[in-house]
Design a protein around this ligand. Structure first.
Ligand code: G4P
Length: 285
């Protein structure tokens, strides 16, 4: 299956991000905990060198908790601070404040030595589309915080959300693009719903998903659909179509309907919690 991506305004966004990064101390990078590698663009490492780094593994509610732990240790071993969160239900959010202060310890210490007191840490949120940036900003900032802007030394019109006396957040997140060097990246992004479904072949996608679940999560399909598991993904789709009564008008099995159902239930977490790539697969960052 071929995946394509047309990042029309990518250059502009990148330039904007370069400007914004000059204003901040800390980059808060969101990744999708189900595909922590494929949902990040390592270009941010170059763009944000010399800045403190925090990776938020978002949508942890949909990911495999054990594998999230492995990824978290992996990122920490590379020098990032890491917090696992579910921005939608606010799980894990409490740990963020402390981790931000920890990640910016050097900057705070530097300020103190120079006699600068109470200068808040400035942060910006970055990530590829659909990873949960807006949800996170809304949840994290909450309603209580105030917006500040047009401060001396700050580009006119920049809006900062003052979270508390210690932290300010740039109100618009930076958008990164996925890196499509490997077809597996495209496949995984498609599976979690980060590529528009109109450009996808849903039937093929469902078969790829079934193959992954059969090999990595034996027993899950049996549990969810009450079907015997076989290694043959097409056969699995057929069994699921039959079990869920996915049929066309002529009462024939409707594979496309079953494919859409399998994908939908996977994305929404009904089938279970899954992480479909690991650092050990040679896809480290
Ligand atoms: P973005 O700014 O990075 O593009 O992402 P955005 O916040 O718009 O979030 C994209 C989708 O991911 C939204 O769902 C949002 O609710 C969902 N989401 C964000 N964080 C989490 C999380 O931690 N767990 C889960 N399960 N979902 C999360 P949507 O279907 O586009 O909208 P809606 O369902 O909220 O209406």
């Amino acid at each position: 299956m071929q995946f394509q991506w047309y990042p029309g305004h990518m250059t502009k966004a990148k330039r904007q991000m370069q400007e914004d990064i000059k204003l901040i101390d800390l980059i808060i990078e969101l990744v999708d905990a189900r595909i922590p590698f494929s949902s990040r663009n390592p270009d941010i490492d170059e763009l944000g060198k010399n800045k403190a780094r925090l990776i938020l593994m978002n949508k942890a509610d949909l990911a495999d908790a054990k594998k999230t732990e492995i990824w978290s240790e992996y990122f920490q071993s590379k020098g990032y601070f890491v917090v696992c969160i579910d921005a939608r239900s606010k799980n894990g959010m409490k740990a963020i404040q402390n981790t931000i202060m920890e990640a910016c310890k050097e900057k705070i210490e530097r300020d103190r030595r120079r006699g600068i007191k109470n200068r808040p840490v400035r942060a910006m949120v970055v990530g590829i589309p659909n990873v949960g940036k807006s949800t996170f900003i809304n949840t994290f900032a909450g309603k209580a915080c105030t917006k500040t802007g047009n401060k001396p030394g700050v580009t006119k019109g920049k809006q900062w959300i003052r979270l508390n006396k210690n932290v300010e957040l740039l109100d618009t997140p930076g958008i990164l693009w996925p890196k499509f060097e490997d077809q597996m990246v495209g496949l995984r992004l498609a599976l979690i719903g980060s590529i528009k479904d109109e450009i996808l072949n849903t039937d093929e996608l469902a078969l790829e998903l079934l193959k992954i679940l059969l090999s990595e999560y034996a027993g899950v399909l049996k549990n969810r659909y009450d079907v015997e598991e076989t290694d043959d993904a097409v056969k699995m789709l057929e069994l699921i179509a039959d079990k869920r009564n996915c049929r066309s008008k002529g009462n024939e099995l409707d594979y496309s309907k079953a494919a859409a159902l399998v994908i939908d239930e996977f994305r929404s977490g009904k089938t279970g919690r899954f992480t479909i790539e690991m650092p050990s697969e040679g896809q480290g960052v």
